[in-house]
Structures are given as C-alpha cells and as structure tokens.
Design a binder for this molecule. Structure first.
Ligand code: ATP
Ligand code: MG
Length: 255
C-alpha cells in the first residue's frame, strides 16, 4: 500500500485493489469477486471515474425510496463488505434498515468472515447466517434469504449483483435499488433504480442524500420517486459514455 506513489493518476483505483486483495486473504472475497471488480473498473474508466449527473439523479430517487420504504434491506456480498462496510452500517442507521449477507458463492466460513467485518464496522445486527428460507425461481445459493430480511423486504438495496437474482427480486414485487457501474448489465436494466457509479463513491453520497431528504414530507419524497424514470436515466448514462468517447477520439486527432 505504501508503495503506491501519492501522485499516481490511478491511486484511488489502486488502493481499492489493495483492499480487495486483503479481503481475499481474509476470506471475505472469492477470486471471482476480483474479476467482477475488473469489469466494473472498465466502466468506471468510461464514465471518467467521477459521479456523473445520471448517478446523482438515481441517488436522489434511491434516498427518497429508502425513506419511504416500510421494510428496507441492504443485501451485502464480499465486494461490498470489503469496500464499503462502514457506509453500509451508516446507511442502515440512517434509514433504520436491515443488513443481510447474501452470497453468490455461499460458504459458511465466508458468511462468518463478512459478518465479522460488518460488526467491526459497527453493525449491531447482521442477517443471513441463520433463519433462512428460499425464494422461488432461483437455483443458485443466493436463493437462500433471511425470513427477517430480504424475504419480507419491500425495498432491497444491492451492489455488484447478478442479473438473475435482480430479476427474481423484481418479480417478487420488491423495489430494487442497484449500484452497478455497467449501465448495460441485466441488473442495471431490471432494477427499479440503478445508480451507475462506483459503490465506493455512491454509498457515501447516498448516506448524505438521505440525511438531506429526511426533513421532507412524504408527498415531496413521492414526487421525487415518481419523477424518476430508470430506463431514461440509463439511456443518459449510455449517451454520456458515447459522447465522451467521441470527444476523446476527436481530441486525439485535433478536431
Ligand atoms: P448481469 O448478471 O447483471 O448482467 P454481469 O454478469 O455483467 O451482470 P456480474 O459479474 O454478475 O456482472 O456482476 C458484477 C457487476 O458489478 C458488473 O456489472 C460490474 O460492472 C459491477 N461492479 C464491479 N465493481 C463495482 C464497483 N466497485 N462499484 C459498482 N459496480 C461494480
Ligand atoms: Mg451476471
């Protein structure tokens, strides 16, 4: 970690990689998590490694949705525990929502390691290690969900998720808020609200937004949610990337 020069143009990104490697060593992450992160990094490069307007809009709608929710749950996997454990805990305190561990590659040792990471970050209650049931139509290990969590949730916030499960949750009439750098993924396309941004930037901003909107009345919050159109917002993200690439290519040849 000390070997990364302070002025390295990709310093933040390299520090995140270090965190993930550490998480791999601590059993929080599986190697596949590193590959998923690599796919995300590529899209982060394309959006300029910054929170753009389309992400701000989605964060606004997500904050309002969480404040209006009856029973919101944050679904946590290895990458999220490795990168944003503190922000997950802060968000769960701010909106009074449950934290549930839900893994693609479920393994009891990993569940324990992730639970410990969340508790070290201040979590008082972490679901997903017992009292499980299954959600229909899903065949991987992720169909196991907590009876006190995702199973009864009306709103589920997730990051770095797979498309199949996002689809299953939406089919069960849950509102899904996804944080995914790839605007083209099935998760992005099927979620109710997609925040196209790096989870390391998006989650702290979401916490900030929740604090800001907390004083608004329900009518105002409902208005924010009503005015948000996920497909339209994803189209903005894709257009942004396309225009940016065009501008960069024109810079290169001087017109
Ligand atoms: P889908 O199954 O939804 O079509 P996928 O199969 O392309 O997606 P997965 O490997 O299932 O992708 O999930 C990983 C997703 O997480 C990718 O879409 C990737 O862009 C995204 N991702 C990776 N790292 C981050 C990060 N730090 N912040 C936000 N999103 C990320
Ligand atoms: Mg997938």
């Amino acid at each position: 970690r000390n070997l990364i020069p302070l002025n390295h143009p990709r310093r933040d990104s390299l520090l995140i990689r270090e965190k993930l490697v550490e998480a791999l060593e601590n059993n929080i992450l599986v190697p596949q998590g590193l590959i998923a992160h690599g796919r995300g990094e590529c899209f982060d490069y394309l959006i300029g490694e910054k929170t753009q307007d389309f992400a701000e809009n989605a964060i606004n709608a997500a904050a309002a949705t969480l404040l209006l929710a009856k029973y919101p749950v944050i679904s946590v996997n290895g990458n999220m525990a490795a990168l944003v454990a503190k922000d997950i805990v802060e968000l769960s305190n701010e909106v009074n929502c449950k934290i549930e561990i839900n893994l693609f590659y479920r393994d009891e040792k990993r569940v324990k390691a992730i639970k410990k990471a969340l508790e070290d970050a201040g979590a008082k209650e972490v679901l997903g290690d017992d009292d499980l049931t299954t959600i229909p139509e899903l065949f991987s290990e992720r169909r196991k969900v907590s009876k006190k969590g995702i199973y009864i949730a009306d709103v589920v916030l997730l990051g770095l998720e797979d498309g199949d499960r996002t689809e299953a949750l939406v089919r069960l009439n849950k509102k899904v808020i996804a944080i995914d750098l790839n605007p083209l993924s099935r998760t992005s396309m099927t979620a109710s609200i997609t925040i196209v941004d790096n989870i390391t930037r998006a989650l702290p901003l979401l916490v900030k937004k929740v604090k800001e909107l907390r004083s608004k009345d329900r009518i105002e919050l409902e208005e924010i949610v009503k005015n948000f159109d996920n497909k339209r917002n994803l189209a903005e993200a894709i257009k942004f990337i396309s225009r940016r690439l065009e501008a960069l290519s024109e810079d290169l040849i001087g017109h």
